[in-house]
Design a protein around this ligand. Sequence first.
Ligand code: PEP
Length: 267
Amino acid sequence: MRRPFVAGNWKLNLDLSAGRALVAGVAEKLPASLPIDVAVCPTSIYLFPMAKAISGTPIKLGGQNCWHESKGAFTGEVSAAMVKEAGCTYVILGHSERRHTIGPKDADGRIHAETDEMIAAKVRAAMSACLVPIVCIGETLEERDAGHTNEVLRRQINGSLAGVEAASGDSLVIAYEPVWAIGTGRTATPEQAQDAHQYIAALLMERFGSDVAGDIRIQYGGSVKPSNVVELMKCPDVDGALVGGASLKVDDFVGIIEGTIRAKGLD
Ligand code: PEP
């Protein structure tokens, strides 16, 4: 069985003292060694102090983004090597809030408007810097309602992993995050999640072959909470969770970690 992986995406939330308090609270409630991987992903300016805050705990660190070039005239950007140097093991790439997002928009209704091509360049940069990218994919409600879910997943997997060489499955994580379930309180049913994960696993087999693909973890993300985590994690192709809102509260995040351990029979 692939080692389950629960990561908290803090987005633009928690100041430094709240972040420190959260990891201290989570670590206090968990055993020193865990049968799953757990990470928190704070905003980039807090990565260095948060690396210190998680030291001595079983919690690892992830960035929320990185740039695809290693240096140069890219005001405001952070390279993959810098994210690594700050103490990260992982980096989230291609989150829907960077693919589509909210706020002042361009003519096509997007802000950051990251394309699959840009995301693939970032994935390659992250892997060169020995970071494990958590590559987010997922369909919008319109795409699901139009019956295009699998087509979108195929396009995003092939596009966001273009030119990516994975020597082993543990060098890459995929997060299936249906856009309609992110921050909405509306969760995919276990059947919907399992169908999508099974399809993604088949795409990864085509892309990387069974030896590598069989070890790539596929997280589910979209309104995961302690109350729904066990049913979702019981799905055989769901290998963990990428958690937004519920990762900001000690009891909720610990509940999700414990629920994952229980659902996978690792308690
Ligand atoms: C996310 O933003 O990756 C996410 C899954 O958010 P939430 O859990 O709040 O839906």
